[in-house]
Design a protein around this ligand. Sequence first.
Ligand SMILES: [Zn+2]
Length: 144
Amino acid sequence: MSTADDIAASVGQRPLPLPDNVSAPYWEAAARGEVLYQECPACGQRQFYPRALCTACAAEPQWRTASGRGTVHTFTVVRQNWAEPFRELAPYVVAIVELEEGPRMMSNVTGCAPEAVHIGMPVEAYTIAVDGLGVPFWRPADTG
Ligand SMILES: [Zn+2]
């Protein structure tokens, strides 16, 4: 039987990200507990996933540290996944979270039952580090 937090705790058993020259700062920052996105110094475009060029004007984007606050833009509940280690972890939530800075990123929402997740739900980021890389996750925001 799984809990909503097991999906995050399974990071060490999953295939890890393969950082390249563009994405390495993102994964390294997540290992320090930070979530990064890119912002263009020329036109202000904010973007995620990491890219070598601004998608609006092709200038070289700069890294910005997100507040770690966001909302669930959309999500699904995965109820079957036959690949290890996910097989024992279902049901779990895969969500597109919109950062308060604008960019959207995909991850798991943990820390609550899948049935409690809803569009527009305030969430906050946390990261789990394995082998020098961090992976961001989201949990219900402490709104109190
Ligand atoms: Zn730009």
